[in-house]
Design a protein around this ligand. Structure first.
Ligand SMILES: Nc1ncnc2c1ncn2[C@@H]1O[C@H](COP(=O)(O)OP(=O)(O)OP(=O)(O)O)[C@@H](O)[C@H]1O
Ligand SMILES: [Mg+2]
Length: 352
């Protein structure tokens, strides 16, 4: 039995009062110490008055207790509700009897909500900390390089014709990298905050892809990568922001060169008609991505161990931008990959 429940407390108190009354009654008629005989009617009167006292005491106690508790918990109940909903007063439960159960339920729900909020805030905080760490780490390398080259030039390198041009060129490269990182970060933050408005037009995806492959042709050749564009022989019209989609295709094809096969590398681009959408798949036969890394390659600054080993050049921002752009179009992007065999990135666009 739970003694702290109002009904049980009222029962206990009414029991004590009735018990005391019976003892006093028995003392007064001399039954306890004088062993007097109790008359049947006296016994009946005792029984009736005891029952009446018990019922009255029980009712008064229960009513007072519940009123008291209700007035106290009402405030808690109200404030929990207004914190939860952020506005209006709650519909208070009518039955006074249920108020404790209601409050208990409310408090439990509130507690689990708060727990979830705290966990989410912790995750965000960790994400923020990682992000700041990553940004400063990425900015440090080119900045230290610039610092090194400038110091060497000032310490006499400027007058040395064998190094001065070379060091200035390297300084320029590091500055370009810094600018690129900042541009990418700016783009990501604009995409994330929804500030970037898409300029949606109708265009041919095949000719846009051809433009991109032509621009990347030199880089691909240097890395011995061959492009295979599966041309459907007719325009594939889509509705999207052309410049942004150019960026998506460029980033994915650029990755296929960067992380591609050094001997006999191939990047295949294929378009699939999916009724309402067009699915574009870009497949390479490069180093591949581990299953555990597949979801993470779209995170800002995330680079796989194999990716880092393949080249120092990456910033880990390209795919984060790609994912944001595709999602801003309310479309999907996915990746499948097998280590040592190759990787396929696929994204959809609305058919025009
Ligand atoms: N086609 C691919 N094959 C194997 N690994 C890939 C491929 N594409 C991406 N990755 C892995 O995913 C990581 C993230 O790619 P992402 O394009 O975001 O960054 P990045 O290429 O390193 O740098 P950048 O910001 O200059 O594009 C890469 O560092 C690489 O480890
Ligand atoms: Mg990239």
């Amino acid at each position: 039995m739970k003694f702290h429940e109002p009904r049980n407390l009222a029962f206990l108190n009414a029991g004590i009062i009735t018990g005391s009354y019976i003892i006093l009654f028995l003392l007064s008629v001399g039954i306890i110490f004088e062993n007097a005989f109790i008359h049947f009617y006296t016994f009946l009167a005792l029984l009736i008055t005891s029952a009446a006292i018990f019922i009255i005491a029980y009712s008064i106690f229960l009513y007072t207790l519940e009123r008291f508790i209700y007035s106290k918990v009402r405030l808690i109940y109200k404030s929990i509700h207004s914190v939860k909903t952020g506005k209006r007063d709650p519909p208070l439960p009518q039955a006074v009897n249920n108020i404790i159960d209601h409050v208990q339920e409310e408090v439990e729900n509130w507690e689990s909500d708060k727990q979830r909020e705290i966990e989410q805030l912790k995750r965000l905080e960790q994400y923020r900390r990682d992000f700041i760490g990553n940004v400063s780490h990425e900015l440090k390398t080119p900045l230290f390089n610039i610092q090194g080259y400038v110091s060497t030039l000032l310490d006499g390198g400027l007058e040395d014709p064998s190094v001065n041009r070379e060091y200035l060129k390297r300084t320029e490269k590091s500055i370009e990298r810094l600018v690129k990182i900042l541009e990418d970060l700016d783009e990501i933050s604009q995409l994330e905050s929804g500030q970037l408005k898409l300029r949606v037009t109708r265009f041919d995806l095949v000719s846009l892809t051809r433009e991109v492959t032509e621009l990347l042709e030199m880089k691909a050749r240097k890395n011995e990568i061959q492009f295979v564009l599966n041309d459907p022989g007719k325009p594939v019209m889509v509705e999207a922001d052309k410049d942004k989609i150019r960026q998506v295709i460029t980033n994915i094809i650029d990755n296929s060169i960067r992380y591609g096969n050094r001997e006999n590398g191939k990047t295949k681009i294929t378009f699939y008609d999916m009724d309402e959408n067009i699915l574009t798949e870009i497949t390479d036969n490069g180093i591949g991505i581990d299953t555990a890394d597949m979801a993470r390659v779209f995170e800002r600054f995330y680079r796989t161990v194999r990716g880092r080993a393949a080249t120092k050049k990456g910033k880990g921002l390209g795919l984060a931008i790609v994912k944001h752009i595709v999602e801003a179009h309310h479309q999907i992007i996915n990746v499948r990959s097998t280590i040592g065999v190759g990787t396929t990135f696929g994204f959809t666009l609305k058919k025009a």
